[in-house]
Ligand binder design. Structure first.
Ligand SMILES: Nc1nc(=O)c2c([nH]1)NC[C@@H]1CN(c3ccc(C(=O)N[C@@H](CCC(=O)O)C(=O)O)cc3)C=[N+]21
Length: 280
């Protein structure tokens, strides 16, 4: 029997906790936590994210500020907006949606975000703290995955974890968090020669490749935990990186798409925005 890791339900409970903290900030300190989102261009995954994020922020009482720029925006325009948000005392968290259009230097933009407002945890200082074993501001998807495992009382200590994908957004920060939680961590990527073999030995497999149905039942040790980070659009439907129909027959625990990691990502972001407002 497979247990479905219900991210939708878990995220709902987490948002309720955040909502209580937000209400407390309002009554005790007259503070409204504020999240600024910078979206440049029209990446479809970013659009889903932004839409859901705005809705959920409103629900818990967090104020959203949206800065939307066209695909043709220049680096100077993006940096000017980041600077403005850095200096705005009402803004607690700044998130720059990735990927950015190709004329924009992603590294330069992420470096420009005030590390104290870097609610996404993508600034090199925050990534460095995470890898140094002192996580502070942590990328939301990674934080959401760890919370989901904790909610289901899934032990991480001493487990073999295989993360497939080494992106800045997911693979790398998640590896840091699993390591901080005393797991044995392996990262597989496009140059890895024995991904299948590594996956078969893993107690926890995280699929963050960006390719629909990449992980099939072949990859999975019976009873393993399978976390699907994929957000691939196929014929208007959202599908993960895991072939759900077959893998769910073999895994012990599995996240669905939608309703798994996505809602947890948003809940993590709202919680971290509130952490920042509490530190004002
Ligand atoms: N700086 C930055 N940080 C990110 O974390 C980031 C990003 N840029 N760019 C885009 C990707 C994509 N991403 C998603 C988050 C939630 C859902 C989500 O809410 N999914 C729901 C809803 C699906 C639906 O509405 O159809 C679900 O899976 O159930 C999707 C996609 C975050 N990303």
């Amino acid at each position: 029997m497979t247990t479905i890791l219900d991210g939708k339900a878990s995220a709902k409970a987490w948002r309720a906790e955040t909502k209580t903290r937000v209400a407390q900030l309002a009554t005790e300190r007259q503070i409204v936590p504020t999240l600024a989102v910078v979206l440049v261009g029209e990446d479809p995954a970013s659009q889903i994210y932004v839409r859901n994020k705005i809705k959920m922020a409103k629900q818990v009482g967090i104020k959203s500020i949206n800065k939307t720029l066209p695909t043709t925006a220049t680096q100077e325009e993006v940096l000017a907006i980041v600077a403005e948000l850095n200096h705005d005392p009402e803004v607690d968290g700044i998130l720059v949606q990735l990927p950015l259009p190709e004329q924009i230097n992603e590294e330069a933009v992420l470096l420009a975000v005030d590390p104290k407002k870097d609610v996404d945890g993508f600034h090199p200082m925050n990534l460095g703290k995470l890898w140094g074993g002192q996580p502070e501001l942590v990328p939301a998807t990674a934080a959401g995955i760890m919370r989901l495992l904790a909610d289901y009382h899934i032990q991480v200590e001493g487990k073999n974890v295989l993360i497939i994908g080494r992106s800045l957004i997911v693979g790398r920060p998640l590896a840091g968090l699993f390591l901080a939680a005393d797991a044995t961590v392996t990262i597989a990527h496009s140059h890895t020669k024995n991904t299948l073999e590594l996956a078969r030995q893993a107690d926890i497999v995280v699929a963050a490749i960006g390719q629909a149905n990449f992980v099939t039942a072949d990859f999975i040790k019976p009873g393993a935990v399978v976390i699907d980070v994929g957000t691939n659009r196929i014929d208007g439907h959202l599908v993960g990186d895991v072939e759900y129909a077959t893998v769910s027959q073999k895994a012990g625990f599995i996240t669905p798409v939608p309703g798994g990691v996505g809602p947890m990502t948003i809940a993590a972001l709202l919680s971290q925005t509130t952490d920042l407002a509490e530190k004002r």
